[in-house]
Design a protein around this ligand. Sequence first.
Ligand code: SAH
Length: 339
Amino acid sequence: MINLCDLTYEELTEYFVNMGEPAFRAKQVFSFIAKGTESIDDLTTLSKSLREKLKKDCEIYLPVIERKLVSKIDGTIKYLLKLNDSNVIETVAMSYHHGISVCVSSQVGCAMGCTFCASTLGGKVRNLTPGEITGQVIRVMKDLGERVSNIVVMGIGEPFDNYDNLIRFLKNINHPEGVNLGYRHITVSTCGIVPKIIDFANEGMSVNLAVSLHAPNDEYRKAIMPIARKYNLKELIAACRYYFEKTGRRITYEYALIEGKNSSDECADLLIELLKGDNCHINLIPVNDVKERGNVRVTKKRVEEFKNMLNRAHVTATVRRELGSDISASCGQLRNSAI
Ligand code: SAH
């Protein structure tokens, strides 16, 4: 069965043309899918006979809500969504003054092995298809009855370990006949797969890039993130500079502060040395303690001190607003409790 959500606009056009149908059928179906249609029977602009023909090979599958947790503190919503092979993923909807931001997953599980992260504990199960990524956004919009204004690909999985499907998702979600969300309203977060950062820079999309840095030199980074053994910081930062040159989009570096691992004065100084003069932004995250991981969160005071050290040296840093702390909104925790 073909999930029609997985096809790009061009593929959908080709599909109908090959069936002897006019190309504009693609436009009709594509816009129905973006509005949340879940059944071929509901594609009412198509004739009954065409719908019957489509049903032989195709379906429209959107991930289904298995559980929904709403934060009493800030209204953040965490969804556990079920895919049609019964795997589950997480999607989070956050309310900001500028609208709703949705955090989507890119894989079932993750192969990257970062030592503080809950998503990677059981390894990678499989990649998500483009339609399963788009489907998360459409499901949230349907559930909330509201359009989303931003998407962050920061949920379960490493998006650059699922590169082709990520690109297809981005093209579909951006398409004027579909959800029509501008690239500038989308952020992709990577643990730092250097060749893919270069490829992404060359795609000509002005998507925002966030890079999980988490350490100021190779030695400390290797102790936290296995990917650091494959690509060193010199290569990583060079790739990020290239991304900025090509797209004009300022890189965000994510830095989870972990007691005793990356939060000392020495680390702040090394970080300043690494990034001084770059047009970038550092997002400090007090690490979320995942119980299997045993990482200790630094104090609020230490977060402030670390931030101030960076800002005094003109390396722009802010502390990430913590949302959904009562519903374990950091990635992977809800899925782990469900499998
Ligand atoms: N694989 C991608 C995207 C998913 S992780 C990446 O590595 O960027 C999204 C962000 O959440 C990353 O910055 C990641 O490092 C961070 N993160 C994961 N687990 C965390 C935890 N326990 N505490 C704080 N941040 C965490």
